[in-house]
Design a protein around this ligand. Structure first.
Ligand code: GDP
Ligand code: IMO
Ligand code: MG
Length: 426
């Protein structure tokens, strides 16, 4: 199997965790390349449910190597907590978790600023996870961030933390009238984390490229989704990293020519957490029904997810900006009870028809979706184990999606467990 990038093709929570867990069985290395603990990737194995935030979902397979690449932002507290929780469930990371020395570190002032900036935005807030992701990436791009390698060196860390706190404390008091952070307390606490993390740190670009030379198979684990990508998403209602496949190269130090295939994970309908435009959002009654059936509550924040009809316009955009070769459709079973289903094929705004994803947020906010309607199948699909066994109308729904996107569906998921997955076949 070649090196594969698995990406979310909508607004996140498409079921990437489940799909990565399945692909991980045939991979040697599983690598996160962007985002941070804003992600929540769920893997269900029998009666156990694991939610991974920072550590690649491949960790649940014994003997697999997991890597946190340079493009990820790391909250050391969250990382150590995740290692602890995994350990309490008999999953040990020692010797098979590697962390890039160039990844940037999230500090408490990033969480604080994340929250304060959101509050200040009032009605225009993004609805972030408040994990400090945006402020940490902002420091990275402003060239004032603190990397893992800096954290590990007492003197460098002291110097950089001093400079950062001087700036942040000024912002906190003068702009937000908020409390300041103490240098001594933060320094002590975070140098303590450094001592714990040191054992996992290396140049992961060398690690991965050496592995590729030895013909090992690398799986790149995308977090969030294309519509949350800072360049290609519904800006400014996005996260602060490149969730699309290009991020797999910059976020790991592996050349783009080493990524052989891009697989997009697509939910059979659409969801989004947080604020921002959502043209196909359900009316209240359907919202409640699908949210309940699909258990659509955030894996990281517990917030109810907004739900809506499948939107071809956004997924087609996602296929293009990611270069998606193949699609996995998840959560088909959640649609089992519906009499009929809609798919949005275009938007209408101010008398104009938009067949392609519009960059103008005004259009996305105010457009009318143009729907095609299809009959439902009204049968429980959760015990079905082959494409052939699906009801005719469910097959038809998938065929329509495949045709609209002009991209092959390779796998279908009808439940959160590993066994509730089957290939589409030719
Ligand atoms: P991710 O962020 O893309 O990894 O997705 P999340 O883990 O945040 O959310 C997906 C949720 O759907 C999780 O609770 C999964 O266990 C669940 N899930 C995944 N695939 C299916 C499926 O085919 N059917 C149903 N009913 N649930 C699924
Ligand atoms: P996974 O990997 C869904 C959303 C937040 C908010 C926006 C910005 O589980 O699919 P941030 O904290 O990143 O600055 O928030 O992005 N968001 C996600 N939504 N799934 C995720 O990750 C998300 N990570 C961030 O809700 O709208
Ligand atoms: Mg999630």
């Amino acid at each position: 199997m070649p090196n594969i990038a698995i990406v979310g093709a909508q607004w996140g929570d498409e079921g990437k965790g489940k799909v990565i867990d399945i692909f991980a069985a045939k991979s040697d290395y599983i690598v996160r390349y962007q985002g941070g603990n804003n992600a929540g990737h769920t893997v269900v194995i029998g009666k156990d449910e694991f939610i991974l935030h920072l550590i690649p979902s491949g960790i649940l397979h014994k003997n697999k190597i997991c890597v946190i690449g340079n493009g990820v932002v790391i909250d050391p507290r969250a990382l150590l907590e995740e290692i602890k929780v995994l350990g309490s469930k008999g999953i040990y990371v020692k010797g098979r978790l590697f962390i890039s020395d160039s990844a940037h570190v999230i500090f408490p002032y990033h969480w604080k600023l994340d929250g304060l900036k959101e509050e200040a935005k009032k009605k225009k807030k993004i609805g972030t996870t408040k994990k400090g992701i945006g402020p940490c990436y902002a420091d990275k791009v402003a060239r004032s961030g603190i990397r893992i390698i800096d954290l590990l060196d007492k003197e460098t860390f002291r110097e950089k933390l001093k400079a950062n706190l001087e700036e942040k404390n000024n912002i906190l008091t003068k702009i937000y009238n908020a409390d300041v952070f103490s240098f001594d307390e933060l320094y002590k606490e975070y140098f303590g984390y450094a001592e714990n993390i040191r054992q996992y740190v290396c140049d992961t670009s060398i690690l991965l490229n050496d592995a590729i030379k030895c013909r090992k198979r690398i799986l790149f684990e995308g977090a969030q989704g294309a519509l949350l990508d800072v360049d290609h998403g519904t800006y400014p209602f996005v996260t602060s990293s490149n969730a699309t496949a290009g991020g797999a190269s910059t976020g790991t130090g592996v050349g783009p020519n080493k990524i052989d295939k891009v697989v997009g994970v697509v939910k059979a309908y659409t969801t989004r957490v947080g604020e921002g435009p959502f043209p196909t959002e359900f009316p209240d009654d359907l919202m409640e029904k699908i949210r309940k059936k699909g258990r659509e509550f955030g894996a990281t924040t517990g917030r109810p997810r907004r739900c809506g009809w499948f939107d071809k316009v956004i997924v087609e955009h996602s296929v293009r900006v990611n270069g998606i070769d193949e699609i996995v459709v998840t959560k088909l079973d959640v649609l089992d009870d519906l009499d009929s289903l809609k798919i949005c094929v275009a938007y209408r705004y101010n008398g104009k028809l938009y067949k392609n994803f519009p960059s103008d947020i005004k259009v996305l906010d105010n457009c009318q979706p143009v729907y095609e309607e299809f009959p439902g199948w009204k049968k429980d699909t959760t015990a079905i184990t082959s494409y052939a066994g699906l009801p005719k109308n469910a097959k038809n729904y998938l065929k329509v999606i495949q045709k609209l996107l002009n991209t092959k569906i390779v796998l279908i998921s009808v439940g959160s467990e590993r066994r509730q997955t089957f290939s589409k076949g030719a």
